[in-house]
Design a protein around this ligand. Structure first.
Ligand code: UT7
Length: 343
């Protein structure tokens, strides 16, 4: 395994007038529990064939009793911190992108911070559903470029299976649990993040939502009995918006960097559905050899999917020094975004 050696010495980084921010290292963690398509066949009216052809998913991780979001976030973050060869106390910014926090208060990011000993960091949660990691990287990029932070830890971590209704076949076959993390820091100006954009449109809010448990519909016996704390998704409608939004925003970041889809070495989209990945790659004109997919093994892990994917790309040597990587995501909100990076 080869880890990026872009971790600049403090002196060198200080001397750089125009710094960029880049990913210095990554990490990932999953619960041991696995739910296969065969398991789901015994729970709802579905089939391995339907799930495989419509989503590309073969299995997903599922947290067991006593397991919670920050447990996996901390494991992924520790790997990333060690691989960046920094001390937790050097992290200035800690963003945990999640829609499945450990608890209502405080932020899961603060619980992670305490566990890691990242005591100097400003830590907060970011709720942008599946686009959370891309949102977090976009913010961290600006903080590093503005020299408000040297090292940022951006985590995407979810225990989605807690909010999945295992009698609803339209959602329970999709979602899985896991965590991914990245340390971002200063890199030379011709590498790192070349362009980043994030967007949202609340008019699509009802296409993927969980209405119970907040201040509008607090947790009551009635909301629990009606399953209002579970995710409800109008998948078919979201599918089309997802393909359009990810394609458009990918083209925007490429244009901003004066590059084209032909320049991309690796396309790492949010792992929502294999058919969405293929449709976006097709519209961009990126052939399948340049598209990363791990959805078969993990399902849709929302904000965790891109950092998990990046970590697997590094481990399997699909990412090489100075490769041009395009990441894009789409999620509930609706939210979407894209980050173009010279690795
Ligand atoms: O993470 C970011 C946000 N999420 C997304 O972007 C998800 C986007 N959407 C999707 O991935 C897909 O829309 C799904 C995988 C959720 C659904 O696939 P689809 O091809 O859009 O199916 P559909 O909703 O149009 O349903 C087609 C049929 C329906 O039956 P009828 O009405 O044609 O008889 C469904 O009831 O498939 C049925 N169906 C299933 N059948 C077997 C729906 N779910 C299942 C299932 N097993 N699990």
């Amino acid at each position: 395994m080869r880890w990026p050696t872009k971790n600049l010495g403090k002196e060198r980084a200080r001397k750089m007038a125009n710094i960029n921010a880049g990913v210095l290292s990554t990490g990932r963690a999953f619960p041991e529990g696995v739910l296969t398509n065969a398991d789901l066949e015994m729970m709802v009216d579905t089939s391995d064939d339907w799930i495989t052809t419509r989503t590309g998913i073969k299995q997903r991780h599922k947290a067991g009793e006593g397991e919670y979001t920050s447990l996996f976030a901390v494991r992924a973050a520790r790997q990333a911190i060690e691989r960046a060869r920094i001390d937790p106390s050097e992290v200035d910014l800690l963003i945990c992108a999640t829609v499945t926090p450990d608890q209502l208060l405080p932020a899961t990011a603060c619980l992670i911070q305490a566990e890691l000993g990242a005591h100097r960091a400003a830590a907060f949660d970011l709720v942008a559903a599946c686009s959370g990691f891309i949102y977090g990287v976009t913010l961290a990029n600006q903080m590093i470029r503005a020299k408000q932070a040297r090292y940022a830890l951006v985590i995407g971590a979810e225990i989605l299976t807690r909010y999945v209704d295992y009698t609803d076949r339209t959602t329970c076959v999709i979602f899985g649990d896991g965590a991914g993390a990245a340390i971002l820091g200063p890199v030379e100006s011709e590498r790192g993040i070349l362009a980043a954009r994030i967007r949202s449109d609340g008019r699509f809010a009802e296409q993927l939502h969980a209405t119970g448990g907040g201040t509008r519909l607090g947790t009551t016996a009635q909301t629990l009995n009606s399953g209002l704390h579970f995710y409800k998704m109008r998948g078919n409608e979201l599918f089309k918006v997802a393909v359009r939004s990810m394609t458009d925003i990918s083209l925007e970041v490429l244009k901003e960097a004066n590059l084209t889809p032909d320049d991309i070495h690796l396309f790492v989209p949010h792992q929502a559905n294999q058919r969405i990945t293929e449709a976006v790659a097709d519209k961009l004109g990126v052939d399948s050899s340049r598209v990363f997919s791990n959805i078969a093994m993990h399902g849709n892990t929302s904000s965790a999917s891109i950092p998990i994917a990046l970590d697997e790309c590094v481990e399997t040597e699909r990412l090489h020094d100075r490769d041009l990587v395009l990441m894009t995501s789409f999620g509930g909100g609706a939210t979407w975004g894209a980050v173009l990076m010279r690795w």
